[in-house]
Design a protein around this ligand. Structure first.
Ligand code: 5GP
Length: 234
């Protein structure tokens, strides 16, 4: 399978058509952005690391019954995926208070939630991905009731599987973002799963090993991504 026409370039990835109309190649870049692209930079080798980490997590989830767009990793930066129509909502799952939830509710980071919190954010950078609820999603026809239920079911299941997996690697899964798409009439998990989209803290020291190091200018961003890959592949 080869890259034909580039059809999309996002903040962290490019998408290319292939000879198959149902399949795309997703290329992972080293570019990093934060705060809806107000802050830009690069993280050396991030694309290679996120490609491998996404392969690992998608494979795990797929084995446990969550359908994903992942077909195979082709090389360092390219992944073969199913061509989906992205549902324009970002699903955030939270286990511990951090980032947007700390800000929204004036809470300290690190509070362990009594149960996971699922949030919908309308996918629109210009509006800073605003928080919406089930009624918004249904009333605006963003997804049907049945699709909403499926997305919720997969998101909670992905959270418990990923929490357990990262825990076994001495990492706390604080929160993460998922994106889903429609493929042949079914909802499947798409996009990527990486330290760009998950908050991961060291279980012992609570050190941040994710994109917050870039967002907050904490230094050693590359080292953190490499450390996550090392632990996950162990
Ligand atoms: P928050 O809402 O606290 O900013 O983000 C919650 C979680 O979702 C974090 O793990 C964060 O990395 C991820 N997340 C939310 N929105 C985005 C986004 O637009 N891009 C990326 N890469 N991750 C996001």
């Amino acid at each position: 399978m080869e890259k034909l026409k580039q059809i999309y370039e996002g903040k962290a990835k490019k998408l290319y058509e292939t000879e198959s109309t149902d399949l795309l190649i997703q290329e992972f870049k080293d570019d990093a952005t934060a705060f809806d692209a107000a802050k830009r930079g690069t993280i050396t080798n991030k694309g290679i690391i996120n490609n491998k980490l996404s392969e690992k997590i998608f494979t795990l989830l797929q084995k446990k019954g969550i359908p994903t767009h992942f077909i195979k990793r082709m090389n360092d930066r390219d992944m073969l995926v199913k061509r989906v129509k992205i549902v324009p909502i970002e699903v955030t799952m939270r286990n511990i208070v951090a980032g947007g939830m700390a800000k929204l509710l004036g809470l300290n980071e690190g509070i362990v939630l009594k149960q996971p919190v699922l949030e919908w954010h309308y996918k629109e950078d210009a509006l800073h991905d605003p928080l919406i609820n089930d009624d918004h999603v249904r009333a605006l026809g963003i997804a049907t009731e049945k699709e909403l239920e499926t997305i919720k079911k997969y998101s909670y299941r992905a959270n418990s599987l990923m929490k357990k997996f990262f825990d076994s690697k001495n990492l706390i899964l604080v929160d993460f973002k998922l994106e889903f798409g429609r493929y042949k009439g079914k909802i499947i998990l798409a996009d990527e799963i990486s330290p760009d989209t998950c908050r991961l803290w060291d279980k012992t020291t609570k050190e941040k090993l994710d994109k917050d190091r870039f967002r907050r200018d904490m230094g050693n961003v590359e080292g953190a991504y490499e450390e996550v890959l090392r632990r996950v592949m162990n």
